[in-house]
Ligand binder design. Structure first.
Ligand code: UTP
Length: 279
């Protein structure tokens, strides 16, 4: 069973400056809900109740979002506005949230290692909230699909999607042996390769299931691309000594770490969720 999900949310979000100068990127709303809440809802739908956040300076708003706001609730009690807090209140009531800080931005691998105290010794999920994922109609969310695969294969799994070959420099890119439809056993992985060095156009997106031995591997992983401790380097070691799967998920992903992806996601949710619910 995957019981915990880690959210590394310590990054600076420089692509969204000046919006992210005093506000975490993960609190930017897609229509009327912060990005990070969509991530938590996706994990909750996958059966996870325990959430750990690796935060940093300037990220207090994330902690406040997952806490009760007594004053606000008192003010709107008994009015129609109470309805607007229902989704977050339900999450708060039924889940557990804990937080730790990454003091230095040494990369995603380092952020995940920092979350070790919140995770312990079991396999866990990781969501990068700026990759916003939507399921196909009446189908499981991306993390729920991955949890099902984990229950079958019991090894680390990364979510992948095909990207245009001239965009491989933005992603970790895999090479793998096909196992069955959309599932690969990873044989190689390169962080942000230029297109002529990319082993494929299958890019890792912000959904992972990791077995806990990843922490010991991360401890000894030297800084890689960009001087940061890269999760892809640790996963490659895991793949070489055991097995790591790459799963071409069903659904759609929006790169909300970029302005274009963020605007596309906003338009999508406005048309397909917000306006439909209003009718
Ligand atoms: P990004 O590469 O998107 O970096 O990190 P960023 O700082 O959030 O955004 P830009 O590029 O400056 O606009 C991928 C994920 O890893 C987390 C980020 O919060 C994001 O969810 N991360 C990255 C950390 O938590 N710590 C780090 O040291 C680096």
């Amino acid at each position: 069973m995957i019981k915990k999900c880690l959210f590394p949310v310590a990054g600076y979000g420089t692509r969204f400056l000046p919006a992210t100068k005093a506000m975490p990127k993960e609190i930017l709303p897609i229509v009327n809900k912060p990005l990070v809440q969509y991530g938590v809802e996706e994990a909750s739908e996958a059966g996870i109740q325990d959430f750990g956040f690796v935060t940093g300076r300037g990220k207090r708003a994330i902690e406040d979002h997952f806490d009760i706001s007594y004053e606000l609730e008192h003010q709107i009690a008994g009015t129609g506005k109470e309805e607007h807090l229902k989704s977050i209140r339900t999450l708060i009531n039924n889940h557990h949230f804990s937080f730790t800080r990454q003091n230095e931005m040494k990369g995603l691998g380092h952020a995940i290692l920092t979350g070790r105290t919140l995770i312990g010794d079991n396999a866990f999920a990781v969501i990068l909230a700026d990759d916003f994922c939507v399921a196909e109609k009446n189908q499981d969310g991306v993390l729920a699909q991955m949890v099902k695969l984990y229950n079958q294969f019991r090894c680390s799994i990364v979510a992948i999607e095909e990207v245009p070959i001239d965009e491989t420099h933005k992603y970790g890119v895999i090479a793998g042996e096909p196992m069955k439809d959309g599932l690969y056993r990873i044989t190689d992985m390169v962080e942000k390769p230029p297109k002529d060095k990319a082993p494929s156009n299958l890019a890792i997106i912000g959904r992972y299931i990791l077995t806990p031995d990843i922490f010991d591997i991360l401890e000894r992983t030297a800084p890689g691309k960009g001087g940061e401790i890269q999760i892809t380097d640790a996963l490659l070691e895991q793949a070489k000594s055991g097995c790591v799967l790459a799963y071409q998920f069903k659904g759609r992903r929006f790169d909300c770490g970029s302005i274009d992806g963020f605007v596309e996601a906003t338009n999508y949710v406005y048309e397909n969720v917000y306006r439909k619910n209003k009718k």
